[in-house]
Design a protein around this ligand. Structure first.
Ligand code: 0PR
Length: 376
């Protein structure tokens, strides 16, 4: 830090300069985030200085957090859900499993996750000292129930199902997992970080949330398909005692107990999440998801015209396209300022997320470049 500071204008110029080095969302097919809705940005700004780490000082922000959780609970068929606004899917997954472990009375336990689980579960293994057992997937890339059952033992503290896998957007057979979990009295955590704001608005009769008896907790991220600002995650429990299992005594704060992983945390994310949900309503989200699914259908159809096909028929707005040498193709696309990612072996493919910032035009331009890379 220099002795003498700069003028505000100089600082802003420097910031704008650096910001111009960031790529634009217009060129992203790799991300599960998107530009936040303007109302979310405004709400975020209004509540930026609030601190939910000491909620008694910010009862307004705290009220918005509770209302956001209640609205997400309604969406997931449990209006009386207990939870909090976290920093994202990783924190929600960590805390969901921590609650399961803390209420189980099992030491040196394990959890059974699908092989398709997000890497946040690797962090969980390390942080919570739990063995993470990976269950096989079936041909549709859903978790295989027999494999899950074979991995469960006396030390299993939680099963995990995914509603919208990171790489393929697939939904695990949550009802089947819930049956097994209920029979064995094991916590079932559903990772709906991505699918949480998609499945409730998708056509079809999806049974994956608290409507299914046996689902104990759900991760749902407002900063993905919820159009909220980063960092906004949601963690919801069916029962109060699970949330209570995360409590730490806080002694000198305005509330005597805290459930979040972080201490000081802005109320901005809660306000942004609240604002977007009341602004759009279910109808607005339904339209948004329909738009993303239209983009998805358009991409799949247009790709098939250049003989490219998805690994699985997309369930939500995630497409994994089979191409030769996906990593090389990804690098070539990056040279043309298109940002995609690839799925893992053994189904290595180009992974494309059709977020609201994508347009029909950008799909056309992208596929023109992809065709040129592949065939010329
Ligand atoms: N669970 C699932 C199913 C996820 O897909 C993700 C993240 C998480 C949990 C963790 O969420 P947080 O990243 O909010 O902690 N899925 C994306 C991924 O890892 C996140 C992402 C977002 C990646 C933007 C890249 C990017 O540019 O692929």
């Amino acid at each position: 830090m220099k002795e003498k500071g700069l003028s505000e204008d100089e600082v802003l110029h420097l910031l704008a300069d650096v910001r111009s080095k960031d790529y634009s969302y217009d060129r992203f097919f790799s991300t599960m985030c998107t530009r936040p809705h303007i109302i979310a940005v405004k709400a975020h700004e209004m509540f930026l200085e609030t601190n939910l780490g000491d909620p008694g000082l910010f009862s307004g922000a705290s009220e918005l957090e509770q209302t956001s959780i209640q609205m997400m609970g309604e969406l997931l068929h449990c209006p009386n859900a207990y939870g909090y606004i976290s920093t994202g899917g990783t924190e929600s997954n960590i805390q969901g499993i921590r609650a399961a472990r803390n209420t189980s009375n099992i030491r040196n336990g394990n959890i059974v996750v699908p092989k398709s689980a997000h890497f946040s579960f690797d962090k969980i293994a390390d942080m919570l000292c739990l063995e993470v057992r990976q269950a096989e997937l079936d041909n549709d890339l859903k978790v295989d129930l027999a494999s899950v059952e074979s991995l469960i033992d006396q030390k299993t503290v939680a099963l995990v199902g995914i509603a919208g896998t990171t790489e393929f957007g697939q939904v695990d057979p949550i009802e089947d997992l819930a049956k097994v979990a209920s029979e064995k009295d094991i916590h079932l955590h559903v990772d709906g970080a991505f699918g949480g704001f998609v499945l409730p608005f998708l056509e079809g009769d999806w049974k994956w949330d608290f409507l299914v008896p046996g689902v104990s907790s759900i991760t749902i991220d407002p900063h993905k398909m919820g159009l909220s600002t980063i960092p906004a995650g949601g963690l919801l429990f069916r029962e109060a005692k699970k949330l209570a299992a995360l409590e730490t005594e806080t002694h000198y704060l305005t509330k005597s107990k805290q459930v979040s992983l972080t201490g000081t945390r802005s109320g901005a994310a809660a306000a942004a999440t609240y604002a977007i949900m009341i602004l759009l309503g279910r109808e607005g989200f339904r339209n948004l998801v329909k738009h993303c699914m239209d983009l998805t259908g358009y991409l799949v159809k247009s790709a098939s015209e250049i003989d490219l096909h998805p690994v699985i028929q997309p369930v939500m707005n995630v497409v994994a396209l089979k191409v030769a040498s996906p990593i090389r193709v990804k690098e070539e696309l990056a040279k043309r300022n298109w940002h995609v990612s690839t799925t893992r072996e053994p189904q290595r493919a180009l992974r494309l997320i059709l977020m609201p910032h994508v347009t029909f035009k950008s799909i056309d331009l992208f596929l023109d470049d992809l065709e040129a890379i592949l065939y010329s």
